[in-house]
Design a protein around this ligand. Sequence first.
Ligand code: NAD
Length: 456
Amino acid sequence: MKYFLAIIGGGPAGYTAAEKASKAGKDVVLFEQSALGGTCLNVGCIPTKSLLYGAKQYFNATHAQKYGVTAENVAFDFSAMQKRKTIVVRKLVAGIKQRLNNEHCTVVNGVAYPRPLPEGKGEGFIISCNEAEYEAENLMICTGSTNFVPPIPGIKDNPAIWDSTDALAAAELPKSIIIVGGGVIGMEFATLYHELGVPVTVIEAMPTILPNLDPEVVQILLEKYKKAGINILTSTKVEKIEGNEVSVSSPSLQGGDGGRLAAERILVSVGRRANLLGLEALNDIELERGAIKIDEFCKTNLPNVYACGDVTGKIMLAHVASRQAEVAVGRMLKEIPLQRIAYNAIPSVVYTNPEIASVGITEAQAESMSIPVEVKKLPMTFSGRFMAENEGETGLCKMIVDAKNHSVLGVHCIGNPCSEFISAASFAVRNGYTVPEFRQVVFPHPTVSEILHEIL
Ligand code: NAD
């Protein structure tokens, strides 16, 4: 049998594409070497959020006095948190399996090796997997990404070193931890360990943690975390690692001469790289900075070959992957009108405490793009609900507005639970709402989302 579509990788990109193409009545085969759900469901977003939620419950219980609540003998059981995390993941993975079964999509467990059909045999692909061969008309590569291991002496084969997958799988909490890389993964794990009482040091090479976010928003988190006792070293370079000792050169240590830091574990989270495993026979595929180059419909330079998700190196977020998959399958099915991805309106969230959520351009990006903007700012305390539920916090909401046509170009917030309403701002950015148009949207009272109305 010749499949309409062969998909390699069963993460958010792969399973979304499989479901959409199958629903349209097409024969689809999906190859997954590990578990359905990919990094996001198995070793990324979902397990992290499950553990973070447990940590937050503990942390809130031990810091409830400011709300007039005293809880004594509060304790946590890390193995119970881990068990719950595993159950959450298992249920979600089973849900995806069920959805693909319902659509009669063939799922093959194993590493897939695609190659073009031999010359003269028409267009299409042969995919080898587990000593069987499958033929397909279209190919979609959704192989994701893997943790990047930087070339720091002493990282390889060092049992003290963890990547995020090791950290999520650990049966026990570390007694202390050094986190190399103050990006999204680094700061979410810093939050988890800090809230569970583990001493944390973050080493970040750039002058700030979370360097891609709005600096004013990040500064609020930085000050709070430093005050809470998280040791955050910025502009700090890791020279080498020996056992559980990290040698750094840092302006904040020993008068600028650098120093040595030690912890039971060292978590390295300095980015991820596209995973091109198994694609060796597609040697003509065009790459860009180590990732597969795609056009606006996620087509590669090879006929009938698409790529979606982290492997394209565009924006490594699960919701970008699934949106790319919808657009790519739409193109494959020649849907009218063809859909496109609004890369300018992709929301992102960092699950620190407080959360950071943003969409669209920052002030700095506007400047580098020579777009004249007006910047609106308001502490989150302008929301009654925020005041009621976030004792001692001020938060911040910033809106970047085009100075010429008054359209909303970006929103950047810090304060709980901004992850839950950033989508309203995405909607405004995606649809090019002007400030007067957005002002006509009614937000429920009392909710923290009202800050998006107040700021206008
Ligand atoms: P990242 O790019 O967000 O952060 C890596 C950080 O490491 C950067 O701040 C960088 O300056 C720093 N760095 C690089 N080399 C260093 C070195 N040698 N020493 C010290 N610091 C160094 O990458 P990440 O945190 O590993 O996350 C990987 C991807 O996963 C990202 O694209 C991220 O968006 C995604 N992710 C998203 C979420 C979410 O949406 N909540 C959560 C986790 C991961």
